[in-house]
Design a binder for this molecule. Structure first.
Ligand code: DC
Length: 219
């Protein structure tokens, strides 16, 4: 089974999807981490778009399942926290707009859900990748709240963070992700809208979990 949570950057979907998957004993699939890993490879190659496109098919970006952990590996190597750095965030929309990258990411996600139950988060999961998902959510929150959340997250992880820069980046990514030609960020058909502005983390998890348990008849 698959539950999708789509939404813009910083809407809280990743942390919510993570907590939710833990509460219902499913795996968590972070599709953004796959795009971030492809972006790491793109930057390792110097950020030359054509050169990168020429080598996409000789590289592998996969999700490895180990115990209850699911994490991205690049050519078999775990990538770790490096994919969360600001320079990755600044380039990821460009890489995520490449059709071949999207095909590779989608194929990887479809391979994974054949084996396990997943709560997955992203931008196009309910609309393009898993239109038949068992339950679909669309999470939003206003820009300021999203920027503050991302700032606190990075600060907590010990990463360099600047609120103005984060806000600008989120705004730019919203625009780029929503206006791209392939699989833009939209509310998927049949998705349940969850606006998390003003909700605490526990409240937003509780809200989604309640809906989910009801829809899927989970005890
Ligand atoms: O969820 P995130 O912020 O880690 O995602 C990073 C980027 O990846 C985001 O700006 C757009 C892209 N992305 C996408 O295009 N489609 C997805 N399903 C998930 C992420």
């Amino acid at each position: 089974m698959i539950v999708t949570i789509d939404g813009p950057a910083g809407s809280g979907k990743s942390s919510t999807a993570k907590a939710l998957s833990r509460n219902i004993n499913w795996f968590y699939l972070d599709s953004g981490a796959l795009y971030r890993t492809w972006t790491l490879l793109y930057l390792m190659g110097g950020g030359d778009e054509q050169a990168f496109k020429d080598v996409i098919d000789i590289h592998d970006v996969e999700m490895k399942v180990e115990g209850t952990d699911v994490f991205p590996v690049l050519n078999g190597e775990e990538v770790g926290n490096e994919i969360r750095a600001q320079h990755i965030s600044e380039n990821v929309s460009r890489v995520a707009a490449m059709d071949r990258v999207r095909e590779r990411v989608n194929a990887e996600m479809r391979r994974l859900v054949k084996k396990h139950n997943f709560v997955a988060d992203g931008r196009d999961l309910g609309s393009v990748v898993f239109p038949e998902a068992d339950v679909k959510f669309f999470m939003t929150a206003n820009l300021e709240e999203r920027a503050q959340r991302r700032f606190r997250e990075m600060h907590k992880a010990g990463q360099k963070a600047d609120l103005d820069q984060i806000r600008d980046n989120i705004k730019d990514r919203d625009e780029a992700d929503s206006s791209r030609a392939t699989a833009p960020l939209i509310k998927p058909e049949g998705a349940i809208n969850i606006d998390t502005t003003g909700l605490s983390f526990d409240e937003q998890v509780e809200k989604i979990e309640q809906i989910l348990r009801e829809k899927l008849n989970l005890s």
